[in-house]
Write a protein that binds this ligand. Structure first.
Ligand code: FAD
Length: 307
């Protein structure tokens, strides 16, 4: 007979690993389906300086390796597989990946969020040929080039600042006249001589055949169109919660973020959610990890009540 796990955790970011550490230490059998991009969003960043315990900072991927080792130490089984469907209609729940089928008494959804794109055909056409959403992954390819970063939040400031290590010049293109980014991040970017700002401007087309050569811009106040020469386009316009799989079954808000019903439990008893998949406000590793802890404790108590 197939093994029935105490809990299946879907996702391997800070929320998933923390939930695994707590659940495994409470003697539950834990299977983590990590997804093919194991480690989550912090695999896309360099220095993490705001996670307590790492006094002098730590590289994102290195931090996630530590999370993973700690979860393994307490017996969490891990598979680098993407979940393609979940049958929530009966317990034990059945979770399918493209490689297998697994059963559990409870589930923690910790699928996080993914970067958003503008949705322009030209953007898609030039993805990987100058258009990217990951400065950490692709910054190296833009040595001594002029690039733009699209966005107005912390991510845009962070990506632009990071890119100064490689690029000749970075222009942050933002469609409003003020930034949503925190003051400290804005100030850091503004102080950097390699960064400049282009406000009230939106990209309507990415230009180039084999590689990016520029963008077409529209002034959001006057409607005036112009072109701007650039060799790289970095998207930093926010994130989409990874909840497509659960639509119509798990309660969500209009943006697709899971809305728990009682503490971290969703509208389906025995199904819990943690991390950025529920959080459009804080979106931090520490809050995601805290959520993972809460979800594991909630589910231990829920399982105990089930007898
Ligand atoms: P995620 O990290 O998004 O992980 C989600 C996981 O779910 C991934 O492993 C993915 O593979 C998996 N998954 C998704 N769908 C499926 C599926 N169908 N099946 C199986 N698995 C699936 N935070 C900080 O605190 N400090 C920082 O310095 C910092 N810097 C950042 C820099 C950048 C560029 C970015 C993008 C984010 C940064 N953050 C930072 C935010 C932080 O990364 C997130 O808040 C945190 O990673 C959220 O954790 P999570 O576990 O909820 O989800």
């Amino acid at each position: 007979m197939a093994k029935i796990y105490g809990v299946i955790i879907i996702g391997s970011g800070p929320a998933g690993y923390t939930a695994a550490i707590y659940a495994a230490r409470s003697n539950l059998s834990v299977l983590m389906l990590q997804g093919y991009s194991a480690g989550g969003q912090l695999m896309l960043t360099s220095e993490v300086e705001n996670f307590p315990g790492f006094e002098t900072g730590i590289l994102g991927p290195e931090m996630m390796e530590k999370f993973e080792s700690q979860a393994r130490r307490f017996g969490t089984e891990m598979l680098p597989e993407d979940v393609i469907s979940v049958d929530f209609s009966q317990r034990p729940f059945t979770v399918k990946t493209d490689l297998g089928e697994y059963q559990s008494r409870s589930i923690i959804i910790a699928t996080g969020a993914s970067a958003k794109w503008l949705g322009l055909p030209s953007e898609k056409q030039l993805q990987g040929r100058g258009v990217t959403a990951c400065a950490t992954c692709d910054g190296f390819f833009f040595k001594n080039r002029d690039v733009i970063v699209i966005g107005g939040g912390d991510t845009a400031m962070e990506e632009a600042t990071f890119l100064t290590r490689y690029a000749n010049h970075i222009t942050i293109v933002h469609r409003r006249d003020t930034f949503r980014a925190s003051k400290i991040m804005q100030d850091r970017a503004a102080k950097n001589p390699k960064i400049s700002f282009l406000m009230n401007s939106e990209v309507t087309e990415v230009l180039g055949d084999e590689a990016v050569t520029g963008v077409r811009l529209r002034n959001t106040k006057t409607g005036e169109e112009s072109t701007f020469d650039t060799q790289g386009v970095f998207l930093a316009i926010g994130h989409q919660p990874n909840t497509e799989l659960f639509k119509g079954v798990i309660d969500m808000d209009a943006a697709g973020y899971i809305v728990p019903s009682e503490f971290t439990m969703t509208n389906i008893p025995g199904v819990f959610a943690a991390g950025d998949v529920t959080d459009h406000r804080y979106r931090q590793a520490i809050t995601a990890a805290g959520d993972g802890c809460r979800a594991a404790i909630d589910l231990e108590r829920w399982l105990a009540e089930q007898g």
